[in-house]
Design a protein around this ligand. Sequence first.
Ligand code: ADP
Ligand code: MG
Length: 365
Amino acid sequence: MSLAFRLRHRFPSIQMDMAFEVSSPGVTVLFGPSGSGKSTLIAAAAGLLRPDECRIEIDGRLLADTGAGVWLPPERRRVGLVFQDAKLFPHMSVTTNLRFGQRRAGYGKDGATGGAQFEEVVDLLGIAPLLTRRPHTLSGGERQRVAIGRALLAQPHLLLMDEPLASLDSARKAEILPYLTRLKTALRLPVLYVTHALEEVIQLADSVVLVEAGQVSAFGTVSEITARSDLKLAQRDDGGALLLCRTAEHDGARQLTRLEGGGASFWVPQVDLPLGAALRIRVPAREVILASQPPEGISLHNIVPGTVRRLTAEPARRSVVVEIGLPSGALLSRVTPDAVVRLELVQNGPVLALIKSTSIEVVLA
Ligand code: ADP
Ligand code: MG
């Protein structure tokens, strides 16, 4: 199943021409700087803005195909919308706000659609203690959780979230992200999620669409996109590849856990999850040392063999980002041009990636 999107539109200040196709269900993060066209994509998906040309197909259902004269109005699209600032009804309790979403769907009373049910949504978002409260007594993060719940109870086929955490401080963000992670696994729903915060990409994205100045500069799975040395994402100080992993072995005596992902193994400080649990790791490029021979007599736990897939020079930084192909994934390493010469790194040549277990960021899925 997939979500295919094409949009052409001219505003006085910008010409937009964007196309991508990602798998569905799953969270697709639209990532890009402000003014690049992300909200325009969301508005077109919701049917609130009719672009010059637009085609949107989700799991075989056509929401728009302007070339063929198809343009479903918003109320027929079955989309849920969550914006930066939740507009809850101030005179209604949280429960009534939530029930409003459910009523608007016009079904769900009998639960026949098998979609999100009241108790399930309340539980997933942790809003049971808030049900009798009025919106003005809630914190920003609580309000956003209620807004997300209301959108879900309308039984959408597509959830659109435009910078839902942007107005929250980092403490509130950290508080709400685990709820979004739980939702993501519990609900099998395509989600378009706009952000310019990398932490939300790391935590939530299944697919990533990079948007820049009205264009899509790249799209793919989060592992593919974060592991490409040729994209701007890799040039960030905190750039690094993300790999989807499973717990494969616990070594209780040494307090280590071995993860498998990308066709490779990674030892990390013990993770208290059962074997086979899904999680993500992110390996910052600046933390990955390259070697041509395995070193001896050092504390290192991870010596990961790979193949040099691409070398991208960063002249301004006097560094090179090396893309290291694994059996089914890739890592990034930032080194100096001098290291490239000394190790005689060439495309398709072998290389060892040396990674401290404590440098690996473990992200619970
Ligand atoms: P983003 O959500 O990535 O910040 P937007 O999609 O909101 O970007 O806007 C992209 C650009 O399109 C903006 O910089 C603006 O110049 C232009 N734009 C957006 N909406 C309108 C509009 N209604 N009328 C004219 N120009 C617009
Ligand atoms: Mg926007």
